[in-house]
Ligand binder design. Structure first.
Ligand SMILES: Cc1cc2nc3c(=O)[nH]c(=O)nc-3n(C[C@H](O)[C@H](O)[C@H](O)COP(=O)(O)OP(=O)(O)OC[C@H]3O[C@@H](n4cnc5c(N)ncnc54)[C@H](O)[C@@H]3O)c2cc1C
Length: 455
């Protein structure tokens, strides 16, 4: 069964005990021995979760010729964190949170209920552990390393996304007009320009842009120009509706033969002899040759019983989506408001404002003051744009790692893989993460300089 070409699908039942047992034995041997067997290996891959990471993993695993089953507790794809995010694909805006430069501001913010970043200290060792790891990532060297890693994966993902869009033909209100970051003080603008220089030096152009140049790029910013002093512009970035894209991608996966088991919750993973044997759901127990955990913030609890501790903490964010009132007053360039850590994105006939970060466990209830803060800022910057009295509010949990870098690749259980921990950047990094994950499952090394797990 080794060394087949992609079109020569092997002729065996994926549930055949002999084949599964041979593959499990191979999976259990060391990575270097695995290299001897490199080449297409067709197997039954079970993906846990149907958010951005689960759906893109499923697509690329199908592309590689594997049989794919996806298990999702919701009635459809992308109904949790991938549902109503900011919609930005912002490779030029991958600066990690962890940096000594931004820490003092974050501490000050924590004192305000409507602050963009709110750290509610809890009697939760996981939160404290995450906080300590975050501090370790703040040094200049770690910041630069994490920035490079994210940019590499972002560029790889940008390529994968355009490949995916042209292959699937999915329409999701995509706009390729770039992203504009606005700053409300000269000092903040200077910091933004320094970040832009770093990103440009790494090969992805992001320009310092004065107010006039920014208004020429995005005339809808005229009404707000007294509220900011300068900007940076990233022409290669774009935006689009993540939920729409992932829902349609999942449907195309099904049309290509994948099984999506909805309304099915994964209860636990069963491993023995150093190999993942099965996935226990509230419906049945499912055996697999390879299991990919893409459960966002909930990946941690699934893996803990296996002794695998993930450095992921849920960071709650909000969005408000409002119907557009005046087309001309709505930006088509996606805007990031640095002072309030908010993004503004046009999605079809709606306008979305999203952002804020709250470290407060797994609660997704809506805090009225934080919801109102989103609408107030949108009204200040884009007064004519939308019917602000008709908002749809939403909150989701970003699966955040201390370094901002996601966890993609093989765990110490060789047939158990991760695609999670994408924090603020899941939509930006999603296509490339799914592609890289499928390559790793197939025994290949993705052509991108990123610290994948187990390689
Ligand atoms: C307010 C906000 C704004 C954002 N804006 C942007 C942006 O502009 N650009 C950007 O790039 N990123 C943005 N993000 C980040 C991005 O949305 C996330 O990184 C991404 O959605 C994470 O995708 P995921 O597939 O890892 O997780 P999820 O979308 O949460 O998917 C995980 C899936 O696993 C399922 N699941 C969990 N546990 C189980 C279980 N036990 N059994 C079965 N199923 C299970 C869940 O139901 C869920 O569907 C934003 C996030 C927020 C909150």
């Amino acid at each position: 069964m080794w060394g087949l070409t992609p079109n020569q699908k092997c002729n065996y039942s994926v549930h055949s005990p002999t084949v599964v047992s041979v593959k499990l034995k191979i999976a259990a041997i060391t990575p270097s021995l695995r290299q001897l067997f490199e080449g297409p290996l067709f197997m039954h891959a079970v993906v846990l979760g149907a958010g951005i990471m689960g759906a893109t993993s499923a697509w690329y695993l199908l592309e590689a010729g594997h049989e794919v089953t996806v298990i999702e507790r919701q009635p459809a794809a992308a109904l949790e964190t991938s549902f109503a995010n900011g919609g930005q694909r912002s490779v030029g805006h991958v600066e990690p949170w962890a940096s000594w430069a931004t820490l003092p501001q974050a501490v000050l913010w924590s004192l305000r209920e409507d602050a963009p970043l709110l750290f509610r200290l809890r009697a939760d060792p996981a939160q404290w552990r995450w906080g300590l790891q975050f501090l370790r990532e703040c040094s200049a060297a770690r910041y630069q390393h994490n920035l490079q890693q994210l940019l590499h994966l972002g560029l790889y993902s940008r390529g994968a996304m355009s490949e995916l869009q042209s292959k699937t033909g999915i329409q999701n209100h995509s706009l390729e007009r770039g992203t504009l970051n606005i700053y409300n003080t000269p000092a903040a603008w200077a910091r933004g320009c320094a970040a832009a220089e770093k990103i440009s030096a790494l090969g992805y152009p992001r320009f310092k842009t004065d107010v006039n140049a920014a208004l020429a790029l995005e005339p809808a910013m005229h009404a707000s120009s007294k509220h900011w002093v300068g900007a940076t512009y990233t022409p290669g970035d774009g935006s689009g509706d993540a939920h729409l894209f992932i829902d349609r991608l999942a449907k195309q996966c099904v049309a290509r033969g994948a099984r999506f088991l909805y309304n099915r919750s994964v209860q636990r993973l069963v491993a023995s002899g150093g190999v993942l044997r099965s996935v226990v759901t509230d419906g049945e127990s499912i055996t697999a040759d390879a299991v990919v955990v893409a459960c966002g913030s909930f990946s941690t609890a699934l893996l803990q019983p296996l002794g695998i501790r993930l450095p992921i903490y849920p960071v709650k964010g909000y969005s408000a989506t409002v119907p557009i009132r005046n087309e001309k007053a709505v930006p088509t360039v996606s805007i990031t408001d640095d002072a309030h850590k908010l993004v503004f994105t046009r999605l079809g006939d709606t306008f979305r404002v999203a952002g804020t970060a709250e470290f407060n466990g797994y609660d997704v209830s809506l805090n009225a003051r934080r919801c109102q803060a989103l609408i107030a800022r949108a009204q200040t910057l884009f007064p004519e744009a939308a019917h602000y009295d008709q908002p749809t509010f939403w909150a989701g949990l970003r699966p955040a790692t201390p370094s901002n870098c996601p966890l993609i690749g093989r765990t110490r259980i060789p047939n158990l893989y991760l695609n999670t921990g994408h924090g603020t950047l899941g939509w930006t990094l999603g296509a490339g993460s799914g592609k890289a994950l499928a390559e790793i499952v197939g025994g290949a090394t993705p052509a991108v300089d990123f610290n994948f797990l187990g390689l």
